[in-house]
Write a protein that binds this ligand. Structure first.
Ligand code: GLA
Length: 405
């Protein structure tokens, strides 16, 4: 598994089975029945930040950090949930007519059950044992991994057939409607549709996507600034409101505009001059970022990693200056990383305000890169980072059906 400094190969398959087998044993001793085990991954986003809720383009990849859920049905209509990470459990009646959010980790699990039932799917009562290795609050989508692993588990043991895109949408709804975070679709979508060795070029309006193979010999190196994204919720929603204000204003002159996806930079210059300066910059980021994703996809197809890396740098600068979702620690890590040997590109990844950077690094330079970035980042900020080396991983699924060894 992805881990600290110096690890070169992640024995993913063995690792998956180890987690699954351990979790199954833990489930059996807790609930005296044999579970099925499901997994969903966290993600990095290579480029296309804060574009998903503007109907735009993103290019995420699933990573080897994951959430595992061991699940077995029970005869009543109760959902029993235990988190190994929090060493804590809860029980919820599935028939609760007015369930309330509790600002608790279990909201993500319960929210998924609620939206499934509201969508007309009758769930069986179930016990769920959850283990996650996606760093919490690190901007690698630990919450989407919990939602999607839970959805696969509940759907699996209730024998409901749902497509991956539908599951992604339900995961997003759980977060929007029950947890009350107004996230876009990117994180849940990549958790469902990730393919090993590939990023996804996703159109967040049509939800059509193309696989984007990542070149051999280039690894994904994640740098955790160890700044937790605590203020992120309110700021995230404020960015969304700024974008909506931009759309409302631009649609007065350009009636076809439903989202910033429909606006060009030239149109923003022409029709957006009366916008508050802050809103203008927010719009400029989103519109330019959409263009960068398309250019990055073309660069990847041509094998032009230098160009891809330049676009990552432009993306980071735009997130820092126009969208204002970076922070000094992210900027410092990106500045340090960008000048290291073997690095194609470096930028913040995810919602921002702390969390992680994503770096594309040539295999033979990974070890030196991790050591040097760790040292210089610590010298600059006084914080000790964590560096994780990973490859693009596969999406959610069942890891171990009950009965298998
Ligand atoms: C968070 C959200 C995503 C997306 C990113 C920013 O991760 O959950 O939907 O908006 O921020 O790109």
């Amino acid at each position: 598994m992805a881990s600290n400094r110096g690890k070169r190969r992640s024995p993913l398959a063995a690792n998956l089975m180890n987690h699954a087998a351990e979790l199954r044993r833990a489930f059996e001793s807790r609930w005296r029945s044999t579970p099925r085990v499901f997994r969903a991954p966290g993600r990095v986003n290579l480029i296309g930040e804060h574009t998903d809720y503007n109907d735009g383009f993103v290019m995420p990849a699933a990573i080897e950090f994951s959430t595992w859920v061991a699940a077995a049905s029970r005869p009543d209509r109760i959902l029993g949930v235990y988190s190994e990470n929090f060493s804590e459990g809860r029980e919820f009646p599935l028939d609760d007519s007015a369930p309330e959010r509790q600002n608790h980790w279990s909201d993500y699990v319960r929210g998924v059950a609620i939206v499934l039932e509201r969508a007309g799917h009758r769930l069986r009562g179930a016990n769920l044992l959850i283990r996650g290795t996606v760093p919490i609050g690190g901007g690698l989508s630990s919450s989407a991994a919990v939602e999607i692993a839970t959805a696969f588990a509940l759907v699996g043991i209730s024998q409901i057939t749902l497509g991956r895109t539908e599951i992604a949408r339900l995961g997003q709804r759980a977060e929007n409607e029950f947890v009350s975070t107004r996230c876009g679709i990117m994180d849940q979508f990549i958790a469902c549709h990730g393919v090993a060795g590939h990023a996804l070029l996703l159109d967040c309006r049509s939800l059509e996507f193309q696989l984007a193979p990542l070149p051999a010999g280039v690894r994904l190196v994640i740098g955790n600034t160890m700044v937790r994204r605590e203020l992120a919720g309110g700021e995230y929603n404020r960015r969304r409101a700024d974008c909506q204000e931009g759309v409302r204003h631009l649609a007065r002159s350009l009636p076809h505009v439903q989202a910033l996806r429909d606006v060009t930079l030239a149109q923003l210059e022409q029709y957006g001059r009366d916008l508050p300066e802050r809103v203008f910059r927010r719009c400029r980021h989103v519109i330019a970022e959409n263009g960068r994703v398309e250019q990055a996809a073309a660069a990847l197809k041509d094998g032009d990693m230098e160009r891809f890396g330049k676009l990552m740098a432009e993306s980071h600068a735009s997130l820092r200056d126009d969208y204002e979702v970076s922070c000094p620690e992210l900027d410092s890590m990106v500045t340090i990383a960008s000048v290291q040997p073997g690095v194609y590109g470096s930028r913040m990844t995810g919602g921002g305000f702390g969390g992680c950077t994503i770096n594309l690094v040539r295999e033979e330079h990974v070890e030196g890169f991790c050591a040097t970035v760790s040292r210089l980042y610590h010298e600059t900020t006084g914080r000790r980072p964590l560096m994780y080396v990973t490859d693009a991983a596969g999406g959610a699924g069942e890891v171990m059906p009950s009965g298998s060894a």
